[in-house]
Design a protein around this ligand. Sequence first.
Ligand code: BF8
Ligand code: SF4
Length: 634
Amino acid sequence: MPIENKTIDRAAREMLRRTADDGVKTVWDRLEEQEPQCGFGTLGICCRNCLQGPCRINPFGQPDRGVCGATADTIVARNLLRSLAGGTAAHVDHAYEAVEALHKLSEGNVNYEIKDEAKLKEIASKLGLETENKDMGELAKEVAAKAFENFGGHGSEGLGWLEAWAPKERIDTWAELGILPRKADREIREAMHQTTMGMDADPVNLLLSCLKQGIVDGFAGLKLATDMQDIIFGTPKPVQTETNLGVLKEDHVNIIVHGHVPLLSEKVVEWARKLNNEAKDAGAAGINVAGICCTGNEVLMRQGIPPATNFLGQELALATGAVDLMVVDVQCIMPSVATVAGCYHGEIVTTMPITKIPGAEHVPFTLEEADEQAQKIVRRALESYQKRNMDKVYIPDEKVSIVAGFSVEAIVAALSKVDAADPLKPLVESIKSGDILGAVGTVGCNNAKITQDSMHVEMVKELIANNVLVVATGCSAHALGKAGLLHPDATVKFAGEGLKKVLTAVGEAAGLGGPLPPVLHMGSCVDNSRIGDLLTALAAYLGVNVKDLPVAASAPEPQHEKALSIGIWAVAMGVLTHLGLPPHVLGSAVVAETLTGEKIESLVGGKFYVESDPIAAAGGLIAHIKSKRKALGI
Ligand code: BF8
Ligand code: SF4
């Protein structure tokens, strides 16, 4: 595959020339080695859920059933539900870690603080807790106790986080469909049970459970994690920094934080700052921390740490030979990072008991000893720096300015500069007048099957040219950042007239001396809950339901099971959700048509839309937005 087809990111292209020259394999080489990928797996019609299998269904004839009699429809739906349970488990486990941190800090056992007391109080009162005259530690303990209740429990008790934050209309809709979740762990467990041999064979029933996993993901995963993290680390405010591999510094000790949960990365950032002088003693100009994937987004949003690259660039960052240490926690860490670091330079440090990689060093990370361990990790980076061969360092000269940190609170704060008494009014008026046609949330991953960042960037350019406001999270936000779209200049250059007018008015009122960027970076993948909160607030303001808003979601380059869980949450919320490539469901017409068809839309208001051409996808999303506008009479 020519390098131009692998990525549009110029820094990544330079590094791929380097890895090719050095004979070092990357994710794209391994994809080529896998090709042709198994057709049965691609269609979702293989099953290995029992030892009578593996079974495969012939899409063109016999056999049309597995040994037990399962049809393609059953197998595809079952496999999808298992994937969703995996994605949901990842987010719920992430949320659990964050709740545990709040609980432990409330007991004074760990060295984390409550950075956002206002958010703690706001969450507590939404949960029905008394907040007046209460010590913050005490309140945190009560909120953590309420949060813990979302994971386990008895009977048919529901999710407190959902009950407090989901729109009433959604709760009624889900209850009517029988998909209002009970506790998260119970639902994930049940999905695993439901998909074992000799259990559910009804594809429609399985798909309803898929929707239920999405709802669990949204409230007991995304929303819960974000709320806890905002309380502990602060609610993001706009920050300005740079992105792409050029943020690595040749004369600095370079530490990469990679993974998802900010409990570790925040501490690494803190100790990198505190130990900066030790780096000078070691002969470096200082310590430079950069991020990859979603923990990179977390420390970007709150600490202004520059993102080095997104998912597909993780090996390429190491190929610079300038990364002295990459510390990882959970999720989206390719095991190959240990091999690539071995070919160039740098130590890979794993920290979590459920994420170890052969060839990496394991430094266990615990909340109780977070400071000691973070110091140890930073000092290991200093040692690694001293072993770096400067002749083998090559950092591409590619970096661009970005603005990030657009929490809902930050967006409302900017809008309130236009209308202090009624902050949502200017946004809603702009939508009504057509200056803003609608909004699309672009989220999710890179996938080696799609030219890196190309779908994100080309689709979003088309959207903003058509006056669609874009909010972004995850690796999508990274992609758009590297392409310059998280910067006010991009508003001038790419936005349609109406969108430009609004972003300029808000940006100038907010004292930025120019427009807001055309793409608002709202955070990591768990921060998709922020998009959910924004839509919920907008719908409430307009007196309509989320499913009636002129909005859509898109994961242009989805890769992870988590992206599917987020996607199905968006569908369950009532939002049309675009995917740039189909999940492994095409082996069942029932499943594929249900997920993308009118039936699911009539039930929940949302559905999936698959389109691999970025301009056509933008066109489809714009047509959807226009139809929603028409239905609203605007
Ligand atoms: O949680 S976007 S590749 S890093 S899964 Fe992974 Fe996908 Fe990136 Fe963040 Ni989200
Ligand atoms: Fe085959 Fe049925 Fe066993 Fe799956 S559960 S492997 S289809 S026999």
